[in-house]
Design a protein around this ligand. Structure first.
Ligand code: PLP
Length: 495
């Protein structure tokens, strides 16, 4: 299928080319030229996650279905649950666990697929020699991208993470990354600083030129990449098929989907799944204390000029939600000119306004709310005490917002609540929330959390204890490019 840019819909390119490019030359994001419709019976008839994911991918990506199935089978083979994305039954809340991959966060669902799509795309064309991935991370994308691209031929990757903001174990996961083609650097500032720094590199012709000199074209593994969006659509389709197969809902009956949101990628995929034919009544957008999206959906005003908070759900500590642009495009009835105006407002003033009618015009309605730090901790404790279910803080934000929504509206529709990380990625905060105990360091906390809850410490966490630190670079504002160029030069020197 062809994809178009949100900022200029006149010219389309193939989906695989878009995966290589990452972002459109005009600064816009790639979106489907039109939405394919799924056959529910076919989806429900799939015999496993990789088969269903391949069918969803085939609607967007120009590859044969058997080839895609081989790709998804390989991508999800390292997951520790044969269901890949199992649903946990907590009554009307159906928790969709998206963290059974190698790095224990939902980013693996897409980042085990994306590098494989890029390899295919590289094989198909002969202009580009190699790809250099530049990625800013709020914590989980970085490790998942490093793991996905590690030793993939013709690719190299640089990950930038904010020096203030990621959890200790997230940092260790990245610092201990193996693979000759990987590079990790901390950046002075928060996630928005890191993301802005990377965006500037993409927009800098001299930098691109120098990279080309080393044989590398730039691309991105951030959630704005079209190749990350598509695999994420699949797990919502799979969850729906699961609910039908288990007899909880009839085929055609609507569900709600509640997603803890930062960069708006995960919940946008749920919207896409709905547009493609999965019956969705309400999309519940859950934010942490950085509640810019809650304010936007409730008032129509998106205003970045506000205080930035560091929370126990760091992967959602974001004020500039990049993927929102794709939803704005739909709100505006795909009017690329109007969207350019809005994005210019955002750039100049840090603010834009969307008329309420435009928000209401979406084919699927959004409900938005947020959780404070206290709400988040209380939610972790409550679900553990009452349902014996242990959640990480990001998932807890979603669960809090869902419970509040259900109570307020009386809506008892089955609701898929996206669970985005294994609780052991954030052990200290989770331990504190369930038991009230303070732990000085993460490994002690993990042991104690395991004792207290009777759950198992994941092997990936235990392994971090003894892995050597291989990356300790640091970049001030303006130095991000030097780090990537030095790395590329070194790779080039090795041939
Ligand atoms: C990235 C991430 C999120 C936010 O997802 P978006 O697609 O950026 O909205 C939520 N929870 C966890 C654990 C994450 O890693």
């Amino acid at each position: 299928m062809k994809v178009i840019s949100t900022r200029d819909k006149s010219a389309g390119i193939g989906a695989l080319s878009a995966v290589l490019k990452g972002i459109s030359d005009d600064g816009g994001l790639f979106v489907p030229s039109s939405f394919p419709i799924l056959d529910l019976d076919e989806m429900i008839g799939c015999s496993g996650y990789p088969e269903l994911a391949a069918k969803v991918l085939s609607k967007f990506i120009d590859m044969d279905e058997p080839e895609l199935k081989a790709l998804t089978e390989e991508a999800y083979s390292s997951f520790d649950d044969p269901a890949v994305a199992p649903l946990k039954d907590l009554g009307t809340a159906q928790v969709l666990e998206l963290w059974h991959g190698p790095t224990l966060a939902f980013k693996d669902m897409a980042l085990q697929v994306l590098p494989r799509l890029m390899s295919k795309a590289l094989d198909r064309q002969n202009e580009i020699k190699n790809i250099m991935i530049l990625t800013a991370t709020s914590g989980d994308t970085g490790k998942a991208a490093l793991e996905g691209f590690c030793d993939v031929p013709r690719t190299a990757i640089v990950v930038y993470y904010p020096n203030s903001g990621v959890a200790r174990l997230q940092q260790l996961q990245m610092e201990t990354q193996e693979g000759m083609n990987t590079c990790v650097s901390s950046v002075d500032g928060n996630f928005d600083d890191a993301q802005t720094g990377v965006k500037e590199l993409f927009a800098c012709p001299e930098f691109r030129e120098k990279m080309l000199g080393y044989g590398y074209s730039l691309s991105s593994a951030n959630s704005i990449n079209f190749g990350r969006l598509v695999p994420q659509v699949a797990y919502y389709v799979h969850a729906y098929a699961d609910l039908v197969k288990r007899g909880l809902i009839e085929k055609g009956e609507s569900i709600n989907i509640c997603v803890p949101t930062g960069n708006f990628g995960n919940i946008l995929a749920a919207y896409y799944a709905g547009i493609m034919g999965i019956p969705v009544k309400t999309l519940i957008c859950a934010s942490n204390k950085n509640k810019i999206l809650t304010d936007f959906f409730n008032t129509g005003v998106y205003d970045v000029n506000r205080e930035f908070y560091k929370t126990m759900s760091p992967s959602m500590d974001i004020l500039i939600s990049s993927n929102l642009e794709r939803l704005l495009f739909e709100m505006l009835g795909r009017d690329d000119e109007a969207l350019r105006g809005i994005m210019a407002d955002l750039k100049q003033t840090g603010r834009f306004e969307m008329p309420k009618e435009a928000i209401d015009s979406l084919k699927i309605g959004f409900y938005a709310d947020y959780a404070t730090e206290e709400d988040t901790a209380a939610s972790i404790k409550e679900e553990f005490d009452e349902n014996g279910y242990l959640m990480d803080p990001h998932t807890a934000v979603a669960m809090h917002v869902y419970r509040k929504y259900a109570e307020k509206t009386g809506d008892d529709t089955y609701t898929v609540v996206a669970s985005t990380a294994n609780p052991y990625k954030f052990t200290q905060d989770v331990l504190k929330a369930v038991s009230g105990e303070d732990a000085r360091e993460a490994f002690g906390a993990a042991e104690r959390l395991s004792e207290y809850t009777g759950t198992k410490v994941p092997s990936q966490i235990l392994a971090l204890k003894t892995k050597p630190v291989l990356h300790n670079r640091f970049a001030r504002k303006g130095e991000l490019g030097d780090i990537a160029l030095k790395f590329a030069g070194g790779l080039n020197g090795r041939g």
